[in-house]
Design a protein around this ligand. Structure first.
Ligand code: ADP
Ligand code: MG
Length: 240
């Protein structure tokens, strides 16, 4: 589904991604771990072209989305993204948060968009909040709405950048539960997280990044159970 070849990204003289190669299959759940500053967010942001790669190629569903003439919005519509901070529209209700992009961007008619939205609210367990405003919700509820909002565009892949890092501990579980359900339904997902228990349970593959490259990858059993790289071992010894 996604094929990344020698992806590089620099900010000025700072080369943040130094050459990433990865193929992600449809339905695969890839969990990206690694120390702060290793380039995890930049990698995710390059995948959906929120950042313009400096070099390398990204194929998404067999289209070269890094081609100069490629319509970036076309790729973005098929990639949902969820951030650490939820970025909900504060002056719109929950239902409006979920329907605005499908109506405006995908030209879905309002009734159909609302039906999809209500189904998704059911899925994330927040159907009763459809008329609430974001500031009336807890952090965990906001993040579940943010996930539902991304899903409302019916993306082919979901990218998560530390979706639980800004949450109080008691709210982490409800968000991870929604993500787990999504994984079980076969959604292709790339997830940056520090939740190692979740990574181990839900990840098909664990990617360890350091210094802007993939240093080690494998199944959760391999990477958590028997890491071969010194830097992976060092990182895991600090977080596990
Ligand atoms: P991680 O998510 O693994 O913590 P990031 O991808 O956020 O790492 O950042 C990697 C490096 O890139 C850091 O040194 C950071 O300062 C730098 N960086 C990230 N975004 C920008 C930006 N927009 N402009 C300049 N430097 C950036
Ligand atoms: Mg980050």
């Amino acid at each position: 589904m996604i094929n990344v070849k020698d992806l590089k990204k620099s900010f000025g003289k700072n080369e943040v991604l130094t050459g990433i190669d990865i193929e992600i299959a449809q339905g695969e759940v890839v969990v990206v771990i690694g120390p702060s500053g290793s380039g995890k967010s930049t990698f995710l942001r390059c995948l959906n072209l929120l950042e313009q790669p400096t070099d390398g190629e990204i194929y998404f569903e067999d289209e070269l989305i890094t081609a100069r003439k490629y319509d970036i919005d076309r790729a973005r519509r098929k990639m949902g993204m969820v951030f650490q901070h939820f970025n909900l529209f504060p002056h719109k209700t929950v239902l409006q948060n979920l329907t605005i992009a499908p109506i405006k961007v995908k030209k879905t008619d309002k009734a159909a968009a609302e039906k999809i939205a209500l189904d998704l609210l059911q899925t994330v367990g927040l159907a009763d909040k459809k008329d609430a405003y974001p500031n009336q919700l807890s952090g965990g509820q906001k993040q579940r709405i943010a996930i539902a909002r991304a899903l409302a565009m019916q993306p082919h892949v979901m990218l998560f950048d530390e979706p639980t890092s800004a949450l109080d501990p008691e709210m982490v579980g409800e968000v991870l539960e929604v993500m787990k359900k999504l994984a079980q339904q076969g959604m292709t997902m790339v997830i940056v997280t520090h939740e190692m228990g979740f990574a181990r349970e839900v990840g098909d593959r664990i990617i360890f990044m350091d210094g802007g490259r993939i240093v080690e990858q494998g199944t959760p059993e391999q990477v958590f159970g028997a890491p071969t790289n010194v830097r992976t071992q060092d990182f895991l010894s600090k977080v596990l």
